[in-house]
Design a protein around this ligand. Structure first.
Ligand code: DAH
Length: 355
C-alpha cells in the first residue's frame, strides 16, 4: 500500500513540475484532490485491511493530501509571481524618455502673474485665502458698507443669479457672481483671529462693455492687513516693495484720491504704462492700454472703514487696517507687455505659446 502512495506522490510531483499555467494547475488539483481524486481510488483497497493497517494508511494518505495541498498553493503563488513579473517587463514604461526636449504645455500669463504675486506676498508673510465665486449680496455689498440703493452699487455692473433662485430670497441674501474679491475680506475678518495678513487671488465678474482694459470676467488680488497700529506707512511700504519686485525699476506710482465705501480715506493707484513707457503713444498711435494717458489704474486701496470693522465684530477704536484690490489681468498685461487684457481670454496659441 505504501508503495502505491509513494508512486502517487512521485507522479504528482512530476505532473506539478510540468504545469505551466493556472488552468493546468486547477486540472491537476481536481485530478488529485477533487471528487474523483486518485487517492480515493487507492484507498478503496483499505477496506480489506486490518484495523491497524487501515489506520496507518489513512494517516499516511492524509499526510499526503496535506502535502499535495501545500505544493499546489506554492505552485499557484509562483505562477502568479511569474505572471506579474511578465506584465511588468512587457508593459514597462520609461516616462523619462523623450520629454526633455518637448514643451507640451504653456502656463497662462494670468496664472504666471498670480504665481509671481503669491511668491512676493508669501515672502512678506501673507497667507493666501479663497472665497466663493457665487456670492451673496450681504458679503459682496451690504457688509462692505454698500447698502441697497447706495449710489456706489452702480459702479459694479452685476450678474445676478437667475430669478427662479433669487426671487424667494430677502434683498441681502440674493445670489450674484461676485463683482470683486473684497467680500473675502469680510469672510476672513468674521472667521479669523487678529492680526490678519492675507491675500485673495481670484476670479470676478462684471457686466462690462469689453475693451482693451475691461472684460466681463477677470482676476483680482485682494490684500488685507488688520491689527493694532497698522498705518498708512505700512500700506505705502508694502505697495512700494511689491511693485518694485513685480514691475521694472523705472515704474512710477501715482496715488489719486478716490471713493470706495469700504475704505476711508480711499485712493486709486496707477502705474506708468509699460506698454508705451508712460508716453501714451505706441507705434505712432494712441496707446490702447492706457488710452493715451501714460498711466494704468492698477488698484484701489487704503484704510479699512470703521463701519466694515464694526459689522465684522472688530473694535475700530483698537484696531486699524489697510486693504487693496488689484487687477491681475492688468498686472499681467504690464508685466508681459500684452497690449490688451482681452487677449487673455481669446485662447490664441500665438500668445499663450510665448509663456
Ligand atoms: N473692490 C474694489 C473694486 O473691485 C477694489 C478695492 C478698492 C479693493 C479699495 C479694496 C480697496 O480692498 O481697499 O473696484
Amino acid at each position: 500500500m505504501n508503495e502505491k502512495l509513494k508512486q502517487l506522490e512521485s507522479d504528482f510531483k512530476l505532473a506539478l513540475v510540468a504545469v505551466e499555467n493556472s488552468v493546468e494547475l486547477k486540472e491537476l488539483e481536481s485530478e488529485y484532490l477533487g471528487k474523483q481524486w486518485k487517492l480515493k481510488a487507492i484507498l478503496a483497497w483499505v477496506k480489506d485491511l486490518s484495523i491497524d493497517d487501515k489506520k496507518t494508511v489513512w494517516v499516511a494518505a492524509n499526510a499526503l493530501k496535506n502535502e499535495f495541498s501545500e505544493l499546489l498553493s506554492q505552485k499557484s503563488q509562483s505562477l502568479e509571481d511569474a505572471y506579474f513579473k511578465d506584465i511588468e517587463e512587457k508593459e514597462a514604461l520609461d516616462v523619462s524618455i523623450g520629454f526633455a526636449s518637448q514643451k507640451l504645455w504653456h502656463k497662462h500669463p494670468i496664472s504666471h502673474a498670480t504665481e509671481l504675486l503669491e511668491d512676493i506676498f508669501i515672502s512678506l508673510g501673507f497667507k493666501i485665502e479663497d472665497g466663493p465665486q457665487i456670492e451673496d449680496e450681504r458679503h459682496n455689498f451690504d457688509m462692505l458698507n454698500i447698502p441697497d440703493n447706495h449710489p456706489a452699487r452702480d459702479v459694479w455692473d452685476t450678474f445676478w443669479i437667475s430669478d427662479t433662485i433669487n426671487k424667494h430670497k430677502k434683498s441681502w441674501e440674493k445670489y450674484l457672481l461676485r463683482t470683486h474679491t473684497s467680500p473675502v475680506q469680510v469672510r476672513t475678518m468674521i472667521s479669523q483671529e487678529l492680526p490678519i495678513k492675507i491675500i485673495v487671488p481670484g476670479r470676478v465678474f462684471r457686466y462690462e462693455q469689453e475693451d482693451a482694459r475691461h472684460t466681463s470676467n477677470f482676476y483680482q488680488l485682494e490684500w488685507l492687513v488688520v491689527g493694532e497700529w497698522v498705518t498708512f506707512w505700512d500700506l505705502k511700504w508694502t505697495l512700494d516693495t511689491v511693485m518694485k519686485q513685480l514691475l521694472w525699476e523705472k515704474t512710477e506710482l501715482r496715488f489719486r484720491p478716490s471713493i470706495f465705501p469700504f475704505t476711508e480715506p480711499s485712493a486709486e493707484v496707477d502705474v506708468s504704462c509699460q506698454i508705451c513707457s508712460g508716453t501714451g503713444i505706441r507705434d505712432a498711435k494712441k496707446c490702447s492700454m492706457c488710452s493715451g494717458t501714460g498711466w494704468v489704474e492698477l488698484l484701489g486701496a487704503w484704510m479699512v472703514h470703521p463701519t466694515v470693522f464694526e459689522g465684522c465684530g472688530i473694535d475700530p477704536m483698537k484696531y486699524s487696517g489697510f486693504a487693496f484690490g488689484m487687477w491681475i489681468d492688468r498686472i499681467a498685461a504690464q508685466r508681459f507687455w500684452v497690449s490688451s487684457s482681452r487677449m487673455f481670454y481669446q485662447n490664441k496659441l500665438k500668445l499663450n505659446e510665448q509663456f
